[in-house]
Design a protein around this ligand. Structure first.
Ligand code: ADP
Ligand code: MG
Length: 321
């Protein structure tokens, strides 16, 4: 029963880096989390993923693992499955929940079945373009769904490969851009509105929604550059939403968290339109924890300390073993 042990006796391994396009972001997330836990006295160390990870974990098993690897294989459930095979407690979400959230199309199916609003969509694997003819398919999709649309990789993050299509001529290049990140495209109806993110944390009494954060890129879209260049985006927390709309974003984020079976923390991305209508875009199981990331911002806005929250989750993970 190590959960009551002194922080210095608890070895926390932070996994950060990885092989995805979000490598640098993950390293920053890892550093911020490591600083916060070290400040509280935890025996915390950070490691990247490589071929030596498995033997290293077997030889010197940590007490708890905090996976902060964005993208694949950190968020698609495979890293979690490996950690589960080794019997190592994980802070965050297990392999099943991670897999559900990672596949945006599968997640949207589950959300819609649960009655959670999410934009209309269709999906198209790259192969279908050669099988059926790209132009004909795109014309059909545009005619059926109407413009504008958003094309995005079925699995991915940080806005990479996400493109809005306002006129048909932009459709082919949006698809090509998307296919460089994922073999399947998710094509969604464009929802006009404000970008809102709601963090969900579970500190032992069940999942709780944090204050909503509004994201307003100062120029153009909320893309990779807007997310990680200081000064490129304005974040407002709590978001300026009316009380009932704010409450509904919290409710929906909790429903998404539960429907997908997510664990200690998640971040649910939504769009709120001018009339207060809300559409859920996606859920993230390894939310960024960099200096400009939304989850730590929301934790602080809730009057909580980011390090203390992680510490509680570490002890919670230990108690699950
Ligand atoms: N259906 C949509 N309508 C309008 N904007 C969208 C839509 N889908 C995505 N976006 C924009 O693209 C961003 C990234 O999309 P998201 O689905 O959250 O993917 P990622 O995993 O890359 O964060 C969103 O934050 C939003 O600004
Ligand atoms: Mg997102």
């Amino acid at each position: 029963m190590k959960e009551g042990a002194a922080a210095a006796d608890i070895r926390v391994l932070i996994l950060a880096g990885g092989m995805s396009y979000e490598h640098e972001v993950s390293l920053k997330s890892g550093r911020r989390a490591a600083d916060a836990l070290q400040r509280l006295g935890f025996a915390c160390y950070t490691r990247d993923l490589d071929g030596e990870l498995l033997p290293a974990l077997q030889e010197f098993p940590p007490d708890v693992v905090l996976p902060l690897v964005h993208g694949q294989p950190g968020e698609d459930g495979s890293l979690q499955a490996v950690l589960e095979l080794l019997g190592l407690p994980i802070v965050g979400t297990g392999s099943t929940g991670a897999r559900r959230a990672w596949n945006k199309i599968a997640a949207k199916d589950l959300l819609r079945t649960a009655g959670i609003p999410t934009p209309d969509w269709t999906s198209m694997p790259r192969q279908a373009f050669s099988d059926f003819g790209a132009r004909k398919l795109l014309d059909r999709i545009a005619a059926k769904m109407g413009l504008p649309l958003v094309v995005k990789p079925n699995s991915g993050g940080s806005g990479l490969g996400v493109h809005a299509v306002h006129k048909e001529d932009d459709f082919p290049s949006a698809m090509m851009g998307c296919f460089s990140y994922s073999d399947t495209a998710l094509i969604e109806s464009f929802v006009e509105g404000r970008d809102i993110a709601v963090g969900v944390i579970d500190l032992g009494d069940g999942p709780v929604a944090l204050p909503p954060v509004e994201i307003a890129p100062l120029h153009g879209d909320y893309d990779y550059a807007a997310r990680y260049n200081p000064g490129a985006t304005r974040w407002t927390v709590p978001a300026a939403l009316s009380e009932p709309v704010a409450a509904r974003t919290a409710e929906l984020a909790l429903e998404v968290h539960r429907t997908l079976g997510l664990g200690d923390m998640s971040r649910v991305d939504l769009i709120v339109d001018d009339a207060g209508g809300i559409q859920v875009l996606e859920a993230n199981v390894a939310p960024g924890t960099t200096e400009t990331s939304l989850l730590p911002m929301a934790i602080e806005a809730a009057g909580l300390d980011f390090g203390e929250v992680l510490a509680t989750m570490v002890r919670q993970a230990l108690a699950r073993t």
